[in-house]
Every structure is written in structure tokens, then in C-alpha cells.
Design a binder for this molecule. Structure first.
Ligand code: MG
Length: 274
């Protein structure tokens, strides 16, 4: 064996140690080496003092807690600004048919004004630990959906956050546009029932993963195995019940999206100790 001076050996050991530490930072791996699900905070970390769904605070808290991902929803306004909000209407006003100027002062339940995607990406660009699980909502007609995908992607690129962004959408037009732009985009198809496309079908269409409702995944447990076989990731939403969390941890989901990320963390930490 080649002999190294003791100083060099210490440096090599430090490098190996820190490489292992940084590699494990975003991976939930239990003592047996089994992969455990990553935690995605649904609409950010909102169910806590001073926060609100899809608020800037909810993103900041998801980052501060070190969750794997912060899920949030975006729409194009009539004049093509991208804003962060779940429903199609805010205080009775339809977002997609209204100019941004008429929306910008509307308040979220925690007192913040309606966030723009620019503001979200600015916050996210200052860190690398928490991924953006960016849901592009459906718009009126195929061309408007494709336009939404292009506008959102333009901003993601502009803020230099492509490496921490994963896209999700119920709109096949949105998803196909993102995949066509760059086949390295991580795009998950969202669906709510058991008649969703199978993992094999999604793989053939260039998807990175599926993001299906927990009820559908209980009816189609074989989809986790099928996704593994074809190399797709499995995200399951919105898992808020502790028993369901345990179920999908055992089932081998790659990601669990939840309104209760701290509870899910507790469930995963308990599993790690076993
Ligand atoms: Mg969503």
C-alpha cells in the first residue's frame, strides 16, 4: 500500500467525512440503508403562527426547517405576470382574467400581499437546500397553458434556480411544453384518481415522475413498483393523516407532500430509529 504522510491522511479523511455529510443532507436514509421519503411542504409551511398558504412566509419557513421541497401554485394574470396562489379566484376576483395591477394589493390571511413568482424565486435563489415544487395551474386552452409554461420557465432561468426546481401540473399541455423545452426538466404529472396514466405511459412521454393523490395510490399500489422499474419518481399528495404517512413510508414513496410536514418528519425519524 502506498504510504501517505500523516498530514495528508488527515486531510483525505476530512474530505471523505465532509463529502459523506453533504451527500446525506437531503437524503432521508434509515439505518438499514433503505431510502425513506423526502418531505414536501404543501403550499409551503403554512399551518403555523404568522404564516398562510402560498405566502412568502410559508416558503421561508419551509426553507428554515430544511424540508426537501416547498410546493406552491402559480397562475398567469391576464397581462402575463406570474403570481403565487392556489385557487383560481382571490377574494372573488378571477386571477387569470385580471391584470396584475388590480390584484397586487389583495391580501393573504396573514396580511401579506399576493406574492409574485419573482418574489418567490428571489427568496429561493439565496439557498440550495430546499427545492421548489412548482405547480403550474391549468389555464384556458392549450396555447395559454403552453404560454404559462414558457413564462414560468423564463423566470426560473432568470433567477438561476433551474437546479432546485421540479415542475408539477395537472395540465398535460403545460407538462409537454416543459419537457419539449428541455428533456432534463424534472416534470411530474399530477392526477387525483386511479384512471391516471400509468408510470410506463408517463415514462414514454418523457416525465420524471408521477404526483398522484393518496387515494389513487392506495388503489394502485403496484404503481410504486412499476415506477421503480421504469426509473420514475413517486410523489404522493396530500398525506396529512399519521397512519397514511406510515403506510406510504413503508410502501416506498420517494416524496410525500403534506400540510403537516413536522408530523411527517416525526414519523420518518421514528422509522429511522427502528
Ligand atoms: Mg398545488
Amino acid at each position: 500500500m502506498k504510504k501517505y504522510p500523516i498530514g495528508a491522511l488527515i486531510i483525505i479523511l476530512f474530505i471523505i467525512f465532509f463529502a459523506a455529510m453533504s451527500n446525506s443532507k437531503n437524503k432521508e436514509v434509515n439505518v438499514g440503508g433503505e431510502q425513506l421519503p423526502h418531505i414536501i411542504a404543501h403550499r409551503g409551511h403554512w399551518d403555523t403562527e404568522g404564516s398562510a398558504q402560498n405566502s412568502r412566509k410559508a416558503l421561508e419557513l419551509a426553507i428554515a426547517h430544511g424540508f426537501y421541497g416547498c410546493e406552491f401554485d402559480v397562475h398567469l394574470t391576464k397581462d402575463n405576470r406570474v403570481v403565487v396562489f392556489h385557487d383560481h379566484d382571490i377574494q372573488g376576483i378571477n386571477i387569470q382574467t385580471t391584470d396584475y395591477a388590480d390584484l397586487k394589493d389583495l391580501k393573504l390571511p396573514n396580511g401579506e400581499t399576493l406574492p409574485t413568482l419573482d418574489e418567490y424565486l428571489e427568496i429561493a435563489s439565496k439557498q440550495k437546500g430546499t427545492k421548489l415544487i412548482l405547480e403550474i395551474k391549468g389555464h384556458q386552452g392549450a396555447e395559454r397553458n403552453r404560454e404559462a409554461a414558457r413564462e414560468v420557465h423564463k423566470l426560473v432561468k432568470q433567477y438561476g434556480v433551474e437546479g432546485i426546481t421540479e415542475y408539477i401540473s395537472f395540465s398535460m399541455d403545460v407538462c409537454k411544453e416543459l419537457i419539449a423545452m428541455d428533456d432534463k426538466h424534472k416534470v411530474f404529472f399530477l392526477h387525483w384518481d386511479k384512471d391516471a396514466p400509468s408510470p410506463k405511459e408517463l415514462k414514454a412521454a418523457g416525465f420524471y415522475g408521477l404526483d398522484y393523490a393518496w387515494g389513487a395510490m392506495k388503489e394502485r399500489p403496484e404503481w410504486i413498483t412499476e415506477a421503480r422499474e421504469v426509473g420514475l419518481k413517486v410523489n404522493i399528495w396530500t398525506v396529512n393523516d399519521e397512519a397514511d404517512m406510515r403506510h406510504f413510508v413503508e410502501a416506498g414513496a420517494d416524496f410525500i407532500t403534506t400540510d403537516a410536514p413536522e408530523l411527517l418528519k416525526k414519523v420518518i425519524d421514528e422509522k429511522k430509529k427502528k
